[in-house]
Structure formats: structure tokens, C-alpha cells
Design a protein around this ligand. Structure first.
Ligand code: DGY
Length: 328
């Protein structure tokens, strides 16, 4: 007999136990292999289901939901949701959700790892050593820039930014400056050891600048040639937010020409493609968008997304109240 329960589509392979949990309530269309979808593929999948659990790879906007009359919920596995057009989803009565909090500390860890690797030239040193270029210890081999006692700049002071600030202030005795849409309450500034400054002051004063702000069209190429020119030539830039925040050509140019010491990038404008101009440089550490990629955190993200989907489709203990809805 056909399964009459609501149907949900899961766009990428997930942990088995979470597919089973969805299966307690829904007819689940799981995906066994990592898959690249065109906009047309996504529209076709959404057309036949009540709910979808998707990742940052899948963009869902007006065109993708136009033919999805039965779609009531889209659960994004990830805190960033620039892949969703919230206005279009709200207009179509579709509940959208994301996965905040569960990935905060893991992503802050990676931000700090990139900062350290770039400033202390760790991956560059390793490559050099493996190439057999280390002939003898010398005073001037792979000189980097200090982390302890330096000035940490944070652009975007949400949960992850605050996690990075704590690591810098408490763990490394850094002076922490931040810039954000709005200033944080004094108690949070005191607890994170961070002081609010204007954007230009942040650029000028940071020895290490970490980007942790959400990507919106207004923030496109916020870190462009003009912004990079205001930074110290000895500075490190780290991006763990979204690639579109940085003009990558301008960044590669600054790195290649001694106008910026190093960069650590986890995100790129054309993911999964990384510009050849960046790949050619030694003073940039490149990771493949792994900010939240620890086993425990990925389990936590998927569990929260599944909770959101179950609740948004009116099932389970939180029926009607998804824990992290974006448009309710
Ligand atoms: C997010 O959650 O937005 C990350 O970029 C994906 O892990």
C-alpha cells in the first residue's frame, strides 16, 4: 500500500539514525550519494514533497518553490542561510529554519586554527619541509607574526565572533576589537574582552582580522581593495563566513605583493572552485568549508535540522514550534 504520510526530501546523505527518526513520521526520500543539483533539479524535487532538509549547496528561492504547492517546510542544515530567499519562502507560507548554536564553538575553533596556521606559516612550512627544502636550522626560516599579545579584530560579533573573542582574550592575551551592525551590551563586551570600533579603525588596528558576519547583498565584497589597503601589511585575514564578503582577486593581489602578510580561508565565492590566483600563493591557508566539520557538531546540526522539520510539519513533541525557525 502506498505511504500516505507527508513526504520529505533529504538532499544529501545524512546520519542513518536521523533518517530513521524522520522515517517515524514521514515517507522519506533520502539521497545516498553526495549530489550536485541544478535549480531545475531542486524545483523538481520540491514539487513532490511537504518538507525538505537541505544544505548550503541547495539554493531555494521563488523559482524553486513556484511549482511546489505542497511544500510547507525547508530545514537548512547550517547557520548561514544565504542559500534561502526568506521573503519568497514566507510569501509561499513555507517555514524555513537553520541550525544556530550547535556549531558555534567548533566553527570558532576552526577560525582560530586558520589564524594560527596563517600567521605562523604552518602549512607553508610543512609544504616546504616535505619538498626537502630544509637544509639547516636558521634564524630567519619561516618567520611569522605573533598571536599572543597582538590585536585581534572581529568583523561580525554574533555567537561565533564572540567565541573567537573569548579564545583570543582569555587564551592568548590578545587585545580584542570588533565591529558589528550594533554594539553589544556592556556585559557581553566585558565577558568577551572585546571593544567596539568603527570599520576603518578595525581594519587599521587589527593584527589579525577574522570575518564572521552573515553574507547579504549589502556585504558583497565588503573586504575589497580599498579595505585591504587600510590593513597593516603584517596582518592576517581569516574568512570563515562566506566567500562573497571578500574580493578574492584584490586579496590575492595584496598577498602576492606584500600588502598583506597572510590569509586563512575556509569559504570561497565560487565554491567548490578556488581561484587559481589564490591556489598559486604560499601565504594563504585554504580549507574546504569545514568550519563546522567535527563529528559531534555535524551530528548536532543534523539532529537540530531534523527536529525543525518534524516540528514545522506539525509532528513530534514540538509540533508547530520548530526550535530555530527563521520566519515564524
Ligand atoms: C554554516 O553553518 O553556515 C556553515 O557555513 C556550514 O557548516
Amino acid at each position: 500500500m502506498a505511504d500516505a504520510r507527508p513526504r520529505v526530501w533529504v538532499s544529501q546523505p545524512l546520519f542513518d539514525e536521523e533518517i530513521e527518526r524522520l522515517g517515524q513520521y514521514f515517507d522519506v526520500q533520502a539521497t545516498a550519494e553526495v549530489t550536485k543539483y541544478s535549480a531545475g533539479d531542486i524545483a523538481a524535487r520540491l514539487a513532490g514533497v511537504d518538507g525538505a532538509l537541505i544544505t548550503l549547496n541547495e539554493r531555494v528561492g521563488a523559482a524553486e518553490v513556484a511549482g511546489a504547492g505542497g511544500l510547507r517546510a525547508v530545514a537548512n542544515v547550517g547557520v548561514g542561510y544565504n542559500n534561502l530567499d526568506l521573503d519568497a519562502l514566507s510569501a509561499a507560507g513555507i517555514i524555513a529554519s537553520n541550525t544556530p548554536d550547535v556549531l558555534t564553538e567548533t566553527t570558532a575553533d576552526l577560525g582560530f586554527a586558520l589564524l594560527m596556521a596563517a600567521a605562523r606559516r604552518i602549512t607553508e612550512s610543512e609544504r616546504w619541509l616535505r619538498e626537502g627544502q630544509w637544509r639547516q636550522w636558521s634564524f630567519k626560516t619561516m618567520l611569522g607574526h605573533d598571536i599572543h599579545g597582538s590585536t585581534l579584530g572581529i568583523l561580525g560579533m554574533g555567537r561565533i565572533g564572540q567565541g573567537i573573542a573569548r579564545r583570543g582574550a582569555l587564551g592568548f592575551g590578545m587585545k580584542v576589537l570588533y565591529h558589528n551592525r550594533s554594539r553589544l551590551p556592556e556585559a557581553v563586551e566585558a565577558e568577551t574582552g572585546a571593544r567596539y570600533v568603527g570599520f576603518d579603525d578595525l581594519l587599521a588596528q587589527a593584527d589579525h582580522l577574522v570575518l564572521v558576519l552573515p553574507y547579504t547583498p549589502a556585504a558583497h565584497h565588503l573586504v575589497n581593495a580599498a579595505a585591504l589597503a587600510k590593513m597593516k601589511p603584517s596582518a592576517t585575514l581569516v574568512n570563515i563566513a562566506r566567500g562573497g564578503l571578500v574580493d578574492e582577486i584584490a586579496l590575492a593581489d595584496a598577498l602576492a605583493n606584500g600588502r598583506l602578510a597572510a590569509a586563512g580561508l575556509d569559504v570561497y565565492e565560487g565554491e567548490p572552485n578556488v581561484r587559481p590566483e589564490l591556489l598559486a600563493l604560499r601565504n594563504v591557508v585554504l580549507t574546504p568549508h569545514i568550519g563546522s566539520a567535527s563529528l559531534d557538531t555535524r551530528r548536532g546540526m543534523v539532529a537540530l535540522a531534523v527536529d525543525n522539520l518534524i516540528a514545522a510539519l506539525g509532528q513530534g513533541p514540538d509540533a508547530g514550534r520548530p526550535p530555530s525557525a527563521l520566519n515564524l
